[in-house]
Design a protein around this ligand. Structure first.
Ligand code: UT7
Length: 360
């Protein structure tokens, strides 16, 4: 039997912080509203493209696994904010890190993207078709944000996370998964002018997120709740055997509702929402890295991932952690320095949008 074990992990959060108080200065909202409705206090704003975040997270994950980039056979790059569509953004990272023997794909399942990629790549390793893979979630959502839309602009942030998956004879890694997409809900969370349809119809570039927060909220609780129950049942895992829950981080009230529905304990949940907000597909690998650094992951633990996103996609994965909880090595990969504050970066984006200038 071949298992697909997580042997390396890394994250990359851009340094510029945008606090709720900063957002108060650019739109009609308040720190109090954002904190009580979502649990978010601040988020990061990237001064570099998506692939730069993904590259640093990937190099850190490879160092933690002690794996040479030339031994990677597949890079699954989950993102909703690709720098380029053709060729894919994952291949920018492939070239920069020197993963010369890897196949590369971008995968878009919105905020569930990392989880989708994790389940699929784990299954490829378990089937024996590959032995070593990088699964990366990377987002630069701030570049899509319309800062005049307070219902969505307050929720998101930028960042990347990555894991190295390796074939192992030890009973570890992914052992149950469930993926889904709620029919008839595409319009609840959509960016209508971000694709060829808009270009073909010569619509002016006016990117905004169409967003029905309360409706998404209900589907998120149901989707993640159903997915979690499915993977627990599939694998005959009792709730008391679950050691850690790493959910997609969109809203602390959504997480609480899912955990309540499962009958689990919030003490088992990893939350990073207050500091990084919703980094879409990156929330799970970022939270996993933080849990490892904080010593919350112990050898042999049973861990549940669950996510939902535009589509509306949803899913869950159940995995058993291996023996090692500390990195084999550390990478010296860093982003270039950022001279601007989060607020200055956002103000520059608002000014560019007003003049319809392309971003640098
Ligand atoms: O990962 C996938 C993407 N994430 C999501 O899709 C998140 C899912 N939804 C949510 O997290 C929540 O629905 C929100 C945090 C977006 C909103 O919370 P809510 O409790 O569902 O609030 P609401 O949308 O029902 O709005 C309540 C009120 C409204 O005012 P009225 O109509 O009651 O007078 C809104 O206009 O809050 C107002 N409001 C705001 N006020 C201050 C909406 N956004 C803001 C804001 N600041 N930023």
């Amino acid at each position: 039997m071949i298992y697909a074990e997580i042997t390396g992990w890394g994250r990359c959060l851009p340094p510029a912080v945008l606090a709720n108080r900063d957002i108060e200065t650019i739109m009609d909202t308040s720190d109090e509203w954002i904190t009580t409705r979502s649990g978010i206090r601040e988020r990061r704003i990237s001064h570099v493209p998506n692939a730069a975040l993904g590259e640093v997270a990937a190099l850190r994950a490879l160092a933690a696994a002690g794996v040479d980039a030339r031994d990677v056979e597949l890079i699954a790059y989950a993102t909703t904010t690709p720098d380029e569509v053709v060729p894919n953004t994952g291949s920018i990272v492939q070239n920069r890190i020197g993963a010369v023997h890897a196949g590369v794909l971008d995968l878009n399942a919105a905020c569930s993207g990392f989880l989708y990629a994790f389940n699929m790549v784990s299954d490829m390793i378990r089937m024996g078709s590959i032995r070593t893979a990088l699964v990366i979630g990377s987002e630069r959502l701030s570049s899509l944000m319309n800062w005049s839309r307070r219902e969505s602009a307050i929720l998101f942030g930028d960042g990347a996370g990555a894991v190295v998956l390796q074939a192992s004879a030890r009973e570890s890694g992914f052992f149950a998964g469930k993926l889904g997409c709620v029919p008839g809900t595409r319009e609840l969370l959509a960016i209508p002018d971000f694709g060829l349809d808009a270009i073909a119809q010569f619509r002016p570039l006016d990117i905004s997120i169409d967003f029905s927060g309360p409706e998404i909220f209900k589907h998120a609780v149901k989707g993640m709740g159903d997915a979690c129950e499915a993977v627990l049942a599939q694998s005959d895992t009792r709730l008391d055997q679950l050691d850690l829950i790493i959910p997609h981080q969109a809203n602390v009230r959504i997480v609480e509702a899912v955990v309540r529905r499962l009958g689990a304990d919030m003490d088992k949940v990893v939350l990073t929402l207050a500091r990084y907000a919703n980094t879409s597909t990156s929330t799970i690998p970022i939270a996993l890295c933080e849990a490892l650094e904080e010593g919350r992951v112990q050898p042999g633990m049973t861990i549940l991932f669950t996510a939902f996103g535009a589509g509306l996609t949803w899913g869950a994965s159940l995995l058993k952690w291996g023996d090692r909880t500390s990195p084999l090595g550390l990478s010296d990969a860093e982003l270039p320095p950022c001279e601007q504050t989060g607020l200055e970066l956002v103000q520059a984006a608002i000014a560019r949008r007003a003049h319809q200038q392309p971003a640098s």
